[in-house]
Each structure stands twice: as structure tokens, then as C-alpha cells.
Design a binder for this molecule. Structure first.
Ligand code: SF4
Length: 202
């Protein structure tokens, strides 16, 4: 089970303009992504360990989509291309029981991609991302997601050392922007949340 009172969680997000899909497994989530993205559509991917675990880039490429992904490209304008695609697919650092999406970002491309980028957005979210409220979600983003990502990227931040946020001023700071999405942004035609009954990503 994704969480207790799952039906209430789904209703809470639906009331805020999101379209919720349920997946029992990572494989089911990947199949849902493929079924949502129409034939011929281009796709931008936000940096995400979840998408990497699912093999979303490989699956979309194999099905003939043009996929822009900075993890698979060194083009200097790859971030702009991701955010100008038809679809944007990413994950979230935390979601809350009262229907908020919490994300931190160093470059800012990923949070922008969910707000004023592609008109269709899909976030794939494992059950480990659920937080009770905004404060807990922010704590999760800064004390779970950020340290692990900073360590993976070999950044020199204090959270890599002890797994805790110090609100640092390091040039390597990985969380320069925090976004709280409280309702589907006007720019986005459809904002899909695929809630996966597995632990995925950071
Ligand atoms: S502010 Fe610095 S210490 Fe805190 S999570 Fe971000 S990078 Fe890590």
C-alpha cells in the first residue's frame, strides 16, 4: 500500500488539479508513462534517480520518441531543449498529505520544467517520498534527497559529511531553489502524478 488513507490522498491531489495514477510496481509505472506520452511527442527528462531506475529514457527512445535528457547528452542547450519539449517527466523530492509537491534544485531547470516548461507534466513518485506536511517535506528534501545527490555527484557540501543540511554557502550548493507546487500551474494542461507502491529514488 502506498500509504494509509490512500483514497483520501488521491482525492486531495485531484482537488488541486492534478491527475493521479496508481502503479503497483516500477514496471507498471513505466508502462503508464509510455501509455500517457502520445506517439511522436518529444519528451524532456528532469534529473531523477527514479526515472533512471525505471529505464524511462531507454523505453521512450526505443518507442521512437525524441528524448532530451542531460544525463544522456552533452549538448550545451540540452536544458532548454528539455524544457521546450511536449512533455516533461521527472520525480519529486517530497509530496505531502495535504497535496503539495516539494522540490529543490541547484540549476533550477527541473523546477522550471514543472511550472513553465512543457504543457504536459508527469511525475513518478515512490512511496518513500510521502511526508506528513510541508515542513516535513522540506526536511526530507534537504536532509535525505540533497545529501545523497550531493554525494553521488561528488560535491563539496557539508551535508555530504553528516547527511544534514547546514544551509551552506558552498559554491557546490545543490539546493539553490525550493519550489512548493500547491495547485496545477495555469501553464500546464495536464499534471500527472504516478504514485508507485514501491520505494524509488531519493
Ligand atoms: S544547503 Fe548545503 S548543506 Fe544544506 S542540503 Fe543544500 S547543499 Fe546540503
Amino acid at each position: 500500500m502506498f500509504c494509509q488513507d490512500y483514497d483520501t490522498l488521491v482525492q486531495t491531489f485531484e482537488k488541486r488539479g492534478f491527475t493521479v495514477h496508481s502503479a503497483a510496481s516500477a514496471q507498471e509505472a513505466k508502462a503508464l508513462v509510455l501509455s500517457l506520452v502520445g506517439a511522436g511527442a518529444s519528451v524532456g527528462l528532469g534529473g531523477s534517480m527514479t526515472l533512471g531506475a525505471l529505464g524511462v529514457y531507454e523505453a521512450l527512445t526505443a518507442s521512437g520518441h525524441t528524448v532530451y535528457d542531460h544525463a544522456h547528452s552533452k549538448e550545451p542547450d540540452i536544458y532548454q531543449k528539455e524544457n521546450a519539449a511536449d512533455w516533461y517527466i521527472a520525480s519529486a523530492n517530497a509530496i505531502t498529505r495535504d497535496g503539495r509537491l516539494i522540490n529543490i534544485d541547484g540549476r533550477g531547470n527541473r523546477v522550471a520544467g514543472m511550472i513553465t516548461g512543457p504543457r504536459e507534466v508527469v511525475l513518478v513518485i515512490g512511496k518513500n517520498k510521502l511526508a506528513a506536511n510541508e515542513a516535513e517535506g522540506r526536511l526530507r528534501a534537504k536532509n535525505v534527497a540533497a545529501p545523497r545527490n550531493a554525494k553521488r555527484l561528488n560535491l563539496k557540501t557539508p551535508c555530504v559529511v553528516d547527511g544534514k543540511c547546514h544551509d551552506c554557502t558552498s559554491p557546490d550548493r545543490i539546493c539553490c531553489v525550493t519550489s512548493i507546487i500547491e495547485y496545477r500551474p495555469y501553464w500546464v494542461n495536464a499534471f500527472h502524478l504516478i504514485l508507485v507502491d514501491e520505494e524509488l529514488g531519493y
